[in-house]
Design a protein around this ligand. Structure first.
Ligand code: SF4
Ligand code: SF4
Length: 472
């Protein structure tokens, strides 16, 4: 039985409910009256449930699809303004005991290079990331209790936070590790992580079991209920996602929103972020071997419909996607992107070649962080290196209530401008700096609270004079 309040995966991600939802969406994909009513509800900026959003995703009427894209863009601008938060992944170990058939780190892959960074190597990687200008990282590991135990992850987090190189600092460490116990989530919380990220990969249980034939990840319920354990362990910012291409995208879309509804119903706060990775080529993985690949237009419609369904949830796109897809996705709802990423273990210090490959997937956007920052500003965006909320204790339901009331906007823009200014002073090329200084002087008048604007202007001058790390 479908029950969003249940703590059992099969109930809150209920297969019958998803199938009914897809049938309902199919039956109504030409129903202009219903679709207009749903768009009208979405205009209230309070989100949609999985059934309503699934109808929009299925909508087959071109003029109404145009309205959906327009609304997604408006909601994006209302909640996130022109700001785009920057981050980088940091792969610290690719040992893995699982058999995921879509990932080159699967245990049976004998020709991929297996690596695990020492704390000294992590220091070197983080120094390289700081020298690029990054302030926010996502740690990535495979699952291996022997080669990559929780104590190693905790030690690595401590190392990362401790490194202060020139004016650099990593101020927020998000963590993407395998589903684990409440006790381990508590340890991660105590280590000061930002968001705990875990992709469901697929919500389709039957496919899930086939795609994860061996290893602890085979346990669908344990994996699907991980976010509940994370929240029980005190982590209140969690990041969800599916790997589009493994199953029918409409099934995944409904499952993803049902997961968000479950977290909101049970814990009072939905996911902090949603990521939208698509399956890509990597070592022994050929994306064409999977039947459910989605084209760019479908991918962009998914992004638009997620934006409308959960306006308060940040949306992340990685360098799996090309520059041109990222550009379109930014307009429709993406609020956070990576830049200058390496998806191999130790790749920031030592780029790899074909004979020594530890990468999880091939990167489609190979530009440097400076190029990405400059490109964003040329498109009219404000790249932000802000990490203030987590450091000010604005997490979980406290964060969400500030989002829902719109008050968070008073912090986001000044923080974006001050962290961009730091980036320009410390890391940018002359061209990027020139454009950035113009962007800051144009955007500063958009800080509506006069007192906040005054303080921000003062701090921008302080940063010019060598001071760092101001935040609202
Ligand atoms: S997806 Fe994760 S768990 Fe699966 S093989 Fe890759 S690293 Fe291991
Ligand atoms: S103020 Fe908070 S919500 Fe806004 S960009 Fe910074 S961390 Fe994100």
């Amino acid at each position: 039985m479908y029950d969003r309040y249940s703590m059992t995966a099969d109930d809150f991600i209920n297969d019958d409910e998803i199938r009914d939802t897809l049938a309902y969406a199919d039956a109504n994909k030409h129903n202009a009256e219903l679709i207009k009513t749903i768009i009208g509800k979405a205009k209230l900026r309070k989100g949609l449930d999985h059934r309503e959003a699934s109808v929009l995703l299925a909508c087959d009427i071109p003029e109404l699809n145009d309205e959906i894209y327009e609304l997604a863009g408006e909601i994006k601008r209302d909640f996130y303004g022109d700001r785009i938060v920057m981050f980088a992944p940091l792969y610290i170990s690719n040992y893995c005991v699982n058999g995921c058939v879509y990932c080159p780190y699967h245990a049976k892959n004998k020709h991929i290079s297996r690596k695990k960074l020492t704390q000294e190597e992590i220091r070197a990687e983080v120094t390289a990331l700081q020298d690029m200008g990054h302030k926010r990282l996502a740690i990535e590991t495979g699952e291996d209790p022997v080669n990559c135990p929780i104590d190693y992850v905790l030690e690595s987090i401590r190392t990362i936070y401790s490194i202060k190189h020139r004016n650099g600092a990593i101020r927020r460490v998000n963590v993407n590790i395998a589903a684990t116990t409440v006790g381990n989530y508590r340890k991660l919380k105590d280590a000061g992580i930002g968001t705990y990220i875990l992709f469901q990969e697929t919500y389709h249980k039957e496919s899930y079991l086939k795609l994860h034939p061996t290893g602890p990840k085979h346990d669908y319920s344990y994996h699907t209920e991980a976010m509940d354990r994370a929240m029980e362990g005190g982590i209140d910012d969690v990041g969800c996602g599916v790997l589009f291409g493994l199953e029918l995208y409409r099934y995944e879309f409904a499952g993803l929103l049902m997961h968000a509804e479950h977290l909101e119903a049970v814990h009072g706060v939905g996911p902090h972020t949603i990521s939208v990775p698509r399956i890509k080529h990597a070592d022994d993985i050929d994306p064409d071997a999977f039947d459910n690949g989605i084209d760019d237009d479908t991918f962009l419609k998914i992004i638009a419909c997620i934006r409308i369904a959960v306006p308060y949830t940040g949306m992340i796109i990685s360098t799996r996607e090309s520059k041109s897809v990222r550009e379109k996705a930014l307009k429709l709802g993406i609020s956070q992107i990576s830049g200058g990423s390496r998806t191999s273990v130790g790749g920031y210090v030592e780029p790899e070649d074909d004979d020594d490959n530890s990468a999880q997937f091939d990167v489609s956007d190979n530009r440097t962080l400076d190029e990405v920052v400059k490109w964003l500003m040329e498109l009219g965006y404000v790249p932000s290196f802000c990490t203030a909320c987590y450091r000010e204790g604005r997490t979980g339901d406290r964060f969400m209530s500030l989002c829902k009331s719109g008050q968070i906007q008073n912090c986001c823009l000044p923080n974006a401008l001050m962290t961009l200014k730091e980036y320009l002073m410390d890391y940018a090329s002359p061209d990027t700096r020139r454009i950035g200084d113009r962007v800051i002087s144009e955007q500063v008048s958009g800080i509506t609270n006069l007192r906040t604007r005054e303080i921000a202007i003062r701090h921008l001058a302080d940063i010019e004079n060598g001071e760092r790390d101001f935040r609202f």
